[in-house]
Design a protein around this ligand. Structure first.
Ligand code: R5P
Length: 291
């Protein structure tokens, strides 16, 4: 099996190749033509091989690069192409909220799978999106990677910032054997949220080390408000953990001002990237190859 790391996921792709027993790893050559069109070229002997392309699609340019890489790998004669999209962009628009809108997540699934034999992603906004693929599609979780990291940290209670994250925080709580609760969240606009404590708590929060667990940290608004609320209630060591750390604008600095630590997986490059999902992705790929 060969692993190719697109420009958005080079480091993670290399970790995946190591997890696959040092599978041959390559970085494609990329450049822009004078008119800004993208050019990619993959190297190595791919004919008859199983090839893994790893590329998060945070920007539209990442997405285009992924499409070109998939085509390049097929042209190079790969036997099968497994496409790994650690951060699957556009996944949040997974339904039509207002008339005239697209179901962007579905559009992306259709196009990403076009030149793929199977797709692997990590913590989709909603796992339901997997049903939009017509080819085999698998979702790894960032929770075990974060749990491996939190295992060594002081921790009394896990907190989900909203009800939508209950399955996630419950899974983390099982892995770490710690109690959890979910805050009540109301989104005011794309950058502001209002949070409230639930009516009952599993342990007293006063003096507790609390870790807020979310799937995505984007503007940081959710984590900042959650941390302020927990602090007001007497929590002493507050940290934040997420699978996908987008950290838009000054989000990282704003979060660091209110929490002791921030942890993210490596689905996206960011200053909080401390846990790797490479073993979890490799496990799925190994199953796919032997299937
Ligand atoms: C919401 O459904 C997600 O789970 C995150 O809570 C949200 O995307 C975080 O966004 P932000 O960092 O902008 O508050």
């Amino acid at each position: 099996m060969h692993v190719i790391g697109g420009t958005a996921s080079t480091a993670l792709a290399e970790r995946v190749s190591r997890e696959l027993g040092n599978a041959p790893f390559g970085i494609p050559f990329t450049k822009r033509f004078p008119d800004e069109e993208m050019y990619v070229r993959v190297g190595g002997r791919l004919e008859g091989e199983d090839v893994v392309v790893v590329q998060s699609t945070r920007t539209d340019s990442d997405l285009l690069e992924l499409f070109l890489l998939e085509d390049a790998v097929r042209e190079a004669g790969a036997r099968r192409t497994f496409v790994v999209v650690p951060y699957f962009g556009y996944a949040r628009q997974d339904r039509r909220f207002f008339p005239g809108e697209p179901v962007s997540a579905r559009t992306l699934c259709r196009h990403v799978e076009l030149d793929a034999d199977a797709v692997v992603t990590v913590d989709l906004h909603s796992s339901q999106t997997l049903t939009q693929f017509t080819k085999p599609a698998y979702e790894a979780s960032g929770i075990p990677a974060i749990a491996r990291l939190l295992h060594e940290k002081p921790l009394d209670v896990l907190v989900s910032p909203d009800k939508g994250g209950v399955d996630r925080v419950r899974r983390m709580s099982q892995l770490l054997d710690k109690p959890w609760f979910a805050l009540e969240k109301r989104r005011l606009d794309s950058e502001h949220v209002e949070l409230a404590m639930p009516p009952t708590l599993p342990i007293p929060i006063e003096g507790a080390h609390a870790t807020i667990v979310d799937d995505v940290i984007s503007t940081g608004g959710t984590i900042v408000e959650a941390a302020k609320l927990l602090k007001k209630r007497g929590a002493i060591g507050i940290s934040a953990a997420c699978t996908h750390g987008l950290f838009l604008k000054d989000a990282f600095e704003r979060i660091k001002a209110v929490v002791a630590d921030v942890y993210s997986t490596d689905t996206l490059g960011n200053p909080a990237e401390k846990a790797s999902v490479a073993p979890d992705i490799a496990q799925i790929l190994e199953r796919l190859v032997t299937a």
